[in-house]
Write a protein that binds this ligand. Sequence first.
Ligand code: APR
Ligand code: PHB
Length: 389
Amino acid sequence: METRTQVGIIGAGPAGLVLAHLLRARGIDCVVLERQSRSYVEARIRAGVLEHGTVDLLTSLGLADRLHRERMVHHGIELLFERSAHRIPLTELAGREITIYGQHEVVKDLIAAWGGPLHFSVSDVSLSDLSFAPTISYVDASGVSQVLRCDVIAGCDGFHGVSRAAIPADVLRVHQRDYPHAWLGILAQAPPSSEELIYAHSPRGFALHSMRSPTVTRMYLQVRPDEDLAEWPDERIWAELRARLDRSDAGWSLADGPILERSVAAMRSFVVSPMQYGRLFLAGDAAHIVPPTGAKGLNLAVADVKVLADALSSFYATGDSAGLDAYSETCLRRVWRVQHFSWWMTSMLHPTGDDPFDLELQLSQLRYVTSSRAAATSLAENYVGFPFP
Ligand code: APR
Ligand code: PHB
């Protein structure tokens, strides 16, 4: 079977789905291909912090009604170290807020609102002829071989996708840094124990208190990259969270509850350049991975596809390919800013345990960023996100 479209999108994660909606809003045809089933994609628990700009974009596309009804809006975060908590007033310092709303909720809303062609459970996806007549071959959910002819392909298939591998190795430059720790994450049926997120630096390791709703919390513990979840029964998880979130101000206690989901995620910084090759354009995790400490993964994916949709829109409207030609360069400016911020937050908040010099540097950075308005403002403006280009 052979079909044709203007933009072939591989991957129905935040990058692919936001791009599809942006293109449709501009009258550009596209087809989305997804390897997993709809239920799998919608149930995949990931992060949950949306930048101001991401919410504005989803709102402008008419995709944020449920988000606005159910979200939690935060105007600050807490940094907890040496058993004392320090608030960073994000909105006061950077004039913008953050939104707490699960990534899988965003994905659910985008799929529910998408009336166009979206094929789940496809397999054997391969890309060819990326220079002149880009083509995606795949097998659809009913086992039929398909060929999708496109003007351009958007590789939104994440870190483990096929798109990045379609770019010749001698063309692609890979920048990578792996961190000597991972995050053990839980979703728990427990009310949040604080109004805002708590990023905790303790001698026992990092911990993060986040949330999803007034009855569901999301928490993370710094663990070894090869940590075995089987060694972490519920009581041990709660005991460790209590120890790392321990603070001197009386009256604070951590509410616990049944753990609904748990996972261990490696921490790495990863960037490829260029993010385009011929008529193939990479976006989101297909091109870059950030450690989760800066809460940037989803937001950076949205920033990429905003650039791509604007470039495609002017290309189709005027034939002007300047935006497309500069796609990689434009995206990488923001990618490296976000990489730096995520590396900086990770380095400041994750004790490595074996180097007292490092520990003193971390504590000095934490004392500085919580006592200098200039330093706190720098953190705040990076955390809430810079306006989209
Ligand atoms: N064919 C079709 N679909 C594929 C293929 C393939 N060969 N390989 C992967 N996919 C799909 C995955 O199943 C996934 O649904 O591509 C999608 C990629 O989505 P994400 O991994 O969510 O990546 P992205 O859309 O770039 O969003 C980045 O998601 O993972 C979080 O922390 C990350 O927040 C970041 C955000
Ligand atoms: C989350 O709520 O899942 C979350 C929040 C902040 C982070 C990472 C994840 O830095």
